[in-house]
Design a protein around this ligand. Structure first.
Ligand code: GLA
Length: 381
């Protein structure tokens, strides 16, 4: 998959060359899990796997799209509020948002992607952000000045059109990440900081069905709202759960379950700062990653037996520094950091061992921090 693949697919499908190819990456979150919608800090990084969107204006009233991983050409009216429940909803939702900011939106689109779908690596954010960037180029000519809008357009497509109540982390890192850096994001103010991060990360997908992920996610969000409202009874100035102190969480009148959710949130947002300080000093981030995993497993209850197994298994090997689940959880991926040779060994050995334990083959990828959305190709004269 590459820029050329997207240009070829576009040309074969529509008989003309595209006006632009833009791409955007998937992501892992290094630490700061279930924090974005609680107004705290997160530290995701873009991964090497990207999605490419080749686009040109269609000259008709509807849009058409093809994807290398789906058969056939689809046609839809980007102005319509009607979802299909299919892959092009991400495209459709993003084009609809672009229309909302004054861009006409009848286009032809060809998509190629190496971001695995359904693994919790934000393939949807990658598609939305790449579509938004390509769209801004098609209608603006240049997109750098409009780049600030990318994450907002993509996030609105996901929440308003596709209907997933996610936080801002995935679209923001896909839009703004910088190669060799993790992105520290303060989700209350939107402030961003690029944190140098040159370590390799091993990503292990536990290949678990994702059926319940959305409902569980919404359930946790609701529990966090309950905690926030209760804490606001004694501190009316508290705007986000992540701003509460551990003491306030312990003293508030909360059910045991809701108190554990809140304890995770206030602890995890602090761990982001610790992780950044340790990484900047070149020290081990292992202990803080493990503390994050334990908190997600025991207090937030969003891990899975497979994810716990990967973390425990990885930690038994020499040269491994730390491991934790990443993303929403209830399946999906774990990340492991450590010496690169140890990660490479683990990426081989874990596949048969996981398969014999769980009767499912996991996928593994190595990645360093990659760049965010970019324009990969425009025609030369
Ligand atoms: C999903 C959501 C993100 C974030 C993570 C948990 O990936 O899309 O917004 O909430 O879960 O940290």
């Amino acid at each position: 998959m590459s820029v050329d693949g997207a240009i070829d697919l576009f040309t074969e499908s529509f008989g003309v060359r595209p006006q632009v190819v833009a791409s955007a990456p998937g992501r892992v979150n290094l630490i700061g899990e279930h924090i974005d919608y609680n107004g705290g800090q997160v530290l995701p990084m873009a991964i090497a796997q990207r999605t490419w969107v080749a686009m040109g204006s269609s000259g008709r009233s509807t849009s058409q799209a093809v994807s290398a991983s789906a058969s056939g050409m689809v046609e839809f009216d980007a102005g319509s509020p009607q979802r299909s429940g299919q892959w092009w909803d991400y495209l459709h939702g993003t084009l609809r948002e672009l229309r909302g900011v004054g861009r006409p939106t009848s286009v032809q689109v060809a998509v190629t992607s190496e971001v695995p779908q359904g693994a919790g690596l934000s393939s949807s954010a990658a598609l939305e952000v790449a579509t938004a960037l390509a769209g801004l180029v098609v209608w603006n000519g240049e997109a750098e000045s409009a780049r600030e809008q990318l994450a907002t357009i993509a996030h609105r497509a996901e929440t308003e059109f596709v209907g997933v109540a996610c936080g801002v982390m995935d679209q923001t890192v896909s839009a703004f990440a910088r190669e060799g850096h993790a992105l520290r994001l303060w989700c209350d103010s939107g402030k961003r900081e690029h944190v140098p991060f040159h370590r390799a990360v091993l990503i292990v997908d536990t290949a678990t069905p994702r059926a319940l992920r959305h409902s569980r996610y919404n359930e946790r969000r609701a529990e966090c709202d309950v905690a926030l409202h209760e804490l606001q009874r004694s501190d009316a100035t508290l705007r986000h759960l992540a701003h509460a102190t551990p003491q306030a969480v312990q003293q508030a009148t909360l059910s045991d379950e809701v108190r554990r959710r809140a304890a995770h949130v206030v602890g995890e947002t602090r761990r982001v700062g610790e992780f950044v300080d340790l990484a900047m000093r070149g020290e081990s981030v292992g202990a803080v990653m493990l503390a994050s995993h334990r908190s997600l497993r025991d207090d937030y209850e969003c891990s899975s037996p497979e994810l716990d197994w990967v973390v425990e298994h990885a930690m038994q090997l020499d040269g491994i520094e730390g491991a934790r689940m990443t993303g929403a959880g209830w399946g999906g991926c774990a990340i492991v950091v450590g010496r690169e040779s140890a990660l490479r060994e683990l990426s081989q050995s874990i596949v048969p061992e996981f398969a014999s334990e769980w009767r499912r083959a996991p996928s593994t990828w190595m990645s360093t921090a990659a760049s965010g959305a970019r324009i990969d190709w425009v025609p030369t004269a």
